[in-house]
Every structure is written in C-alpha cells, then in structure tokens.
Design a protein around this ligand. Sequence first.
Ligand code: B1M
Length: 233
Amino acid sequence: MADEDDDIILSELDDDELVQQMQDDLYDGMKEEVEEGVNILLERGWAPYDVLTTALVGGMTVVGRDFRDGILFVPEVLLAAGAMKGGMAILKPLLAETGAPRMGKMVIGTVKGDIHDIGQNLVTMMMEGAGFEVLNIGINRSVDDYIAAIKEFDADILGMSALLTTTMPYMKVVIDQLKADGLRDDYVVLVGGAPLNEEFGRAIGADAYCRDAAVAVETAKEFMARKHNQVAG
Ligand code: B1M
C-alpha cells in the first residue's frame, strides 16, 4: 500500500491548489489524475471552457516552455499530451452540448510534415460547441487531402493548423492550389498555430489568422454572418 503521507487527495484541495496540482500532474503525464481533477472542477460548478483554458492549456504552456528550454524531451511531452487529451475527452461532449443551430461547416487539419494535433482538436471542440459541423481530418495532411475533404464535406470554411516554422509555409501551397483550381473564393480560409501571426496569415493569402480557439470561433461566426448577409442581400 502506498505511503499515505505522500498521497495527495485531489478532492481535498481548494480550487487554486487543485489547478496547480493538475498542471503539475499534466506536466508529469499523469492522465488519470488529470482526468480526476477535471471531474472535480466540473462537480464544483466550473464551466468546461474554464477548466480547459485554466487547468489544461495552462499546464501545457509550462510543458512547452520547458520543452523549448531542453528540460523536457519528446517522450515526456508525449505523456503530457496524453494526459491533456484525457482531460479534453471529458470536456468534449460538454463543450459540444450547446444545442446551438448549425452555424456552418468546417474542415480542419494539421499540415503535411506536422503531427501536432492538440490545438486543432481544441479548435474542433470549440467550433462544435458553437454550433459548427466540423470534419477533423487529422495530422500530416497534404493539399490533396484538404481539397478532397472540403469538396466532399461541402465545407464553408477550411481551417489549417501548423506548429512548426518548417511546416507553416505549406499552408500557402494549399491556398495557391485552391487559387489554381478556381476554388479560392468558395471557401473561407482560417489558419492558426503557435508560430503564426497575422502578418503571416495575410502574406499567404488566408482570410484570417486565429490566435486561439476562441478567436477561431468568433472569426468563423463573423465570416458566416457576412456570407449569409450576402446571400440575403
Ligand atoms: Co512539438 N514543438 N515538436 N511536440 N511541441 C513545439 C511546437 C515547439 C514550439 C516546442 C519548443 O521548442 N518550445 C517546437 C517548434 C519550434 C519551431 O518550429 N519553431 C516543437 C518541436 C521542435 C517539435 C519536434 C521537431 C521535436 C523533435 O522531434 N525534436 C517534433 C516535430 C514532430 C512533427 O510534427 N513532425 C515535435 C513533437 C512533439 C510531440 C509529438 C512530442 C508533441 C505533440 C503531441 C500532439 O500534438 N499529439 C509536441 C508538443 C506537445 C509540443 C508543445 C509542447 C505543445 C503544443 C500544444 O499542444 N500546445 C509545443 C510548444 C508550444 O506550443 N508552446 C511544441 C497546446 C495547444 C492548445 O496550443 O497547438 O498552439 P496550440 O493551439 C492553439 C492555437 O495555436 C490555436 O488554437 C489553439 C487553441 O487555443 N490554433 C488554431 C492551433 N491550430 C489552429 C488552427 C486554426 C485556428 C487556431 O484553424 C482555424
């Protein structure tokens, strides 16, 4: 039996201590503990979005900093990512259950050469929560994958994610192909990912750069409202 002095009973911590402990557990890749923490915060009446941003995204920010500084390495970051996904899986149905009318359809995926998927999964969850239908085509997606998906899904919006400075230029390859195929004006193209910025979004010909999932939702709503107004007018 474990030494009880070393055991931390998550449910006995106050909210601040619990969030801190969850961030530590996420850092250490302790999926079950992170999941338990998520459930406790929800039971205490926290909004799913606040649990997501404060406890999970906050924890991953620390992981990212230490990964950059060479304190953490890929295997540890993978464990942290697994713990984050465990927490996100609990929140997903709650974020999606707004019962909002369908706002529009979006295809999203991470570009070729890039396997980071936490951010785009989060965008997917938030968009679904806001009433969008989302087809998430996953990671390492080629221009052909994107174009096939937007046609098949009859999407309004194409979302692309990139987390590496080496993969973000691929977004332009996709946009250029849309132009070459005469399809560019049929879709709103939104891009996001930690290394991007507004200037990059403009330079590659995207409609907008989205700093985070909440901005992606707001931006998508704005573009859909404009589209509906155009149709009505
Ligand atoms: Co990687 N990695 N990684 N990694 N990794 C970064 C991105 C890095 C910044 C770490 C660092 O050095 N500080 C660095 C990139 C440096 C650079 O390019 N300048 C890096 C590196 C170098 C690498 C490898 C090359 C490491 C190696 O192998 N030596 C390798 C590359 C693999 C590949 O893709 N080919 C690699 C691998 C990995 C893991 C597999 C271990 C793991 C990914 C696990 C997974 O995703 N399933 C991983 C992780 C977890 C990270 C960090 C730590 C965290 C990323 C994350 O999930 N953040 C990351 C450091 C960091 O970003 N601070 C890092 C949380 C997430 C919620 O945020 O993804 O930014 P983010 O998404 C946000 C917004 O950006 C925005 O909304 C989201 C939610 O608010 N957004 C969008 C994102 N996509 C959007 C799309 C939209 C709209 C908004 O469309 C409309």
